[in-house]
Design a protein around this ligand. Structure first.
Ligand code: FE2
Ligand code: FE2
Length: 170
Protein backbone atom coordinates (compact mmCIF):
# COMPACT_ATOMS: atom_id res chain seq x y z
CA UNK A 1 0.00 0.00 0.00
CA UNK A 2 1.56 3.30 -1.05
CA UNK A 3 1.12 6.59 0.71
CA UNK A 4 -1.92 7.69 -1.28
CA UNK A 5 -3.65 4.33 -0.95
CA UNK A 6 -2.94 4.46 2.77
CA UNK A 7 -4.46 7.89 3.01
CA UNK A 8 -7.50 6.85 0.99
CA UNK A 9 -8.01 3.85 3.22
CA UNK A 10 -7.83 6.01 6.32
CA UNK A 11 -10.29 8.40 4.74
CA UNK A 12 -12.67 5.54 3.84
CA UNK A 13 -12.44 4.13 7.38
CA UNK A 14 -13.12 7.57 8.77
CA UNK A 15 -16.07 8.08 6.44
CA UNK A 16 -17.40 4.68 7.45
CA UNK A 17 -17.22 5.64 11.10
CA UNK A 18 -18.98 8.94 10.48
CA UNK A 19 -21.74 7.17 8.56
CA UNK A 20 -22.18 4.68 11.35
CA UNK A 21 -22.24 7.29 14.06
CA UNK A 22 -25.86 8.52 13.92
CA UNK A 23 -27.16 4.98 13.90
CA UNK A 24 -24.94 3.93 16.77
CA UNK A 25 -26.19 6.83 18.86
CA UNK A 26 -29.71 5.39 18.74
CA UNK A 27 -28.84 1.77 19.40
CA UNK A 28 -29.15 0.98 23.07
CA UNK A 29 -26.39 -0.85 24.86
CA UNK A 30 -27.20 -4.31 26.15
CA UNK A 31 -27.38 -3.00 29.71
CA UNK A 32 -29.62 -0.08 28.81
CA UNK A 33 -31.89 -2.39 26.83
CA UNK A 34 -32.26 -4.73 29.79
CA UNK A 35 -33.06 -1.78 32.08
CA UNK A 36 -35.61 -0.44 29.61
CA UNK A 37 -37.34 -3.81 29.30
CA UNK A 38 -37.54 -3.92 33.08
CA UNK A 39 -39.11 -0.43 33.17
CA UNK A 40 -41.70 -1.52 30.62
CA UNK A 41 -42.40 -4.62 32.70
CA UNK A 42 -42.96 -2.44 35.77
CA UNK A 43 -45.56 -0.44 33.84
CA UNK A 44 -47.35 -3.66 32.94
CA UNK A 45 -47.28 -4.79 36.58
CA UNK A 46 -48.76 -1.46 37.65
CA UNK A 47 -51.47 -1.87 35.06
CA UNK A 48 -52.30 -5.38 36.31
CA UNK A 49 -52.96 -3.96 39.79
CA UNK A 50 -55.08 -1.10 38.44
CA UNK A 51 -57.18 -3.43 36.31
CA UNK A 52 -57.68 -5.77 39.22
CA UNK A 53 -59.03 -2.91 41.31
CA UNK A 54 -61.27 -1.71 38.49
CA UNK A 55 -62.70 -5.18 37.96
CA UNK A 56 -63.82 -5.23 41.60
CA UNK A 57 -65.09 -1.66 41.51
CA UNK A 58 -67.11 -1.79 38.28
CA UNK A 59 -70.72 -2.78 38.51
CA UNK A 60 -71.09 -3.44 34.79
CA UNK A 61 -70.18 -6.95 33.76
CA UNK A 62 -69.11 -5.68 30.33
CA UNK A 63 -66.62 -3.25 31.88
CA UNK A 64 -65.37 -6.00 34.17
CA UNK A 65 -64.71 -8.24 31.18
CA UNK A 66 -62.85 -5.45 29.36
CA UNK A 67 -60.58 -4.81 32.34
CA UNK A 68 -60.10 -8.55 32.69
CA UNK A 69 -58.94 -8.71 29.06
CA UNK A 70 -56.54 -5.81 29.54
CA UNK A 71 -55.19 -7.38 32.73
CA UNK A 72 -54.63 -10.71 30.98
CA UNK A 73 -52.78 -8.93 28.17
CA UNK A 74 -50.64 -7.10 30.72
CA UNK A 75 -49.81 -10.39 32.45
CA UNK A 76 -48.81 -11.72 29.04
CA UNK A 77 -46.74 -8.63 28.19
CA UNK A 78 -45.01 -8.70 31.58
CA UNK A 79 -44.12 -12.35 31.06
CA UNK A 80 -42.79 -11.71 27.54
CA UNK A 81 -40.70 -8.76 28.74
CA UNK A 82 -39.29 -10.86 31.58
CA UNK A 83 -38.41 -13.67 29.15
CA UNK A 84 -36.70 -11.26 26.75
CA UNK A 85 -34.75 -9.77 29.64
CA UNK A 86 -33.68 -13.22 30.81
CA UNK A 87 -32.53 -14.12 27.29
CA UNK A 88 -30.48 -10.93 27.02
CA UNK A 89 -28.94 -11.59 30.41
CA UNK A 90 -28.08 -15.17 29.50
CA UNK A 91 -24.62 -16.21 28.42
CA UNK A 92 -25.40 -16.47 24.71
CA UNK A 93 -27.96 -13.73 24.15
CA UNK A 94 -28.22 -14.25 20.40
CA UNK A 95 -30.56 -17.19 20.60
CA UNK A 96 -34.01 -15.70 20.65
CA UNK A 97 -35.57 -18.21 18.36
CA UNK A 98 -34.10 -21.69 18.59
CA UNK A 99 -34.03 -21.94 14.85
CA UNK A 100 -31.60 -24.84 14.56
CA UNK A 101 -33.49 -27.05 16.97
CA UNK A 102 -36.70 -26.47 15.08
CA UNK A 103 -35.00 -26.90 11.77
CA UNK A 104 -33.28 -30.22 12.39
CA UNK A 105 -35.26 -31.91 15.11
CA UNK A 106 -38.95 -31.33 14.89
CA UNK A 107 -39.38 -28.95 12.02
CA UNK A 108 -41.61 -30.94 9.74
CA UNK A 109 -43.77 -32.04 12.65
CA UNK A 110 -43.99 -28.56 14.18
CA UNK A 111 -44.82 -27.02 10.81
CA UNK A 112 -47.69 -29.46 10.36
CA UNK A 113 -48.94 -28.79 13.87
CA UNK A 114 -48.76 -25.07 13.28
CA UNK A 115 -50.76 -25.42 10.10
CA UNK A 116 -53.45 -27.31 12.01
CA UNK A 117 -53.37 -24.59 14.67
CA UNK A 118 -53.69 -21.88 12.01
CA UNK A 119 -56.79 -23.63 10.69
CA UNK A 120 -58.27 -23.78 14.18
CA UNK A 121 -57.72 -20.03 14.62
CA UNK A 122 -59.43 -19.47 11.28
CA UNK A 123 -62.34 -21.60 12.41
CA UNK A 124 -62.66 -19.52 15.58
CA UNK A 125 -62.58 -16.27 13.59
CA UNK A 126 -65.29 -17.60 11.29
CA UNK A 127 -67.46 -18.94 14.13
CA UNK A 128 -67.38 -15.65 16.07
CA UNK A 129 -67.95 -13.57 12.95
CA UNK A 130 -70.95 -15.66 12.00
CA UNK A 131 -72.39 -15.22 15.47
CA UNK A 132 -71.76 -11.45 15.31
CA UNK A 133 -74.03 -11.26 12.25
CA UNK A 134 -76.88 -12.80 14.19
CA UNK A 135 -76.95 -10.67 17.32
CA UNK A 136 -77.96 -7.08 17.97
CA UNK A 137 -76.85 -6.61 21.57
CA UNK A 138 -74.20 -3.89 21.31
CA UNK A 139 -72.35 -4.80 24.52
CA UNK A 140 -72.11 -8.43 23.49
CA UNK A 141 -70.97 -7.45 20.03
CA UNK A 142 -68.18 -5.21 21.33
CA UNK A 143 -66.83 -7.97 23.54
CA UNK A 144 -67.09 -10.71 20.91
CA UNK A 145 -65.35 -8.40 18.46
CA UNK A 146 -62.36 -8.14 20.79
CA UNK A 147 -62.08 -11.94 20.69
CA UNK A 148 -62.21 -11.88 16.89
CA UNK A 149 -59.37 -9.34 16.86
CA UNK A 150 -57.33 -11.62 19.15
CA UNK A 151 -57.95 -14.64 16.93
CA UNK A 152 -56.90 -12.67 13.84
CA UNK A 153 -53.70 -11.69 15.58
CA UNK A 154 -53.08 -15.30 16.64
CA UNK A 155 -53.61 -16.49 13.08
CA UNK A 156 -51.19 -13.88 11.78
CA UNK A 157 -48.56 -14.86 14.35
CA UNK A 158 -48.78 -18.55 13.45
CA UNK A 159 -48.58 -17.76 9.73
CA UNK A 160 -45.52 -15.64 10.43
CA UNK A 161 -43.89 -18.60 12.17
CA UNK A 162 -44.77 -20.95 9.32
CA UNK A 163 -43.59 -18.60 6.59
CA UNK A 164 -40.50 -17.11 8.18
CA UNK A 165 -39.16 -18.67 11.29
CA UNK A 166 -39.61 -22.27 10.29
CA UNK A 167 -38.97 -21.87 6.57
CA UNK A 168 -36.69 -24.52 5.14
CA UNK A 169 -33.57 -23.45 3.30
CA UNK A 170 -33.70 -24.21 -0.45
FE1 FE2 B 1 -49.01 -3.97 27.66
FE1 FE2 C 1 -56.84 -17.88 19.24
Amino acid sequence: MNLIEGFMKKFEDHKFKINQLPRMLFILSQQKLIETLEKHRELELRNIKMCEAKEKEMKSLGAQIMFYQIRMDSIKHAYILKTLKDILQAESPDILWNYLADKYIGQVASKKELEIHAELEKEMIHAHEELLKKIDNTGLKVILQTIVEDEKRHHKMIMHMINNLLALDP
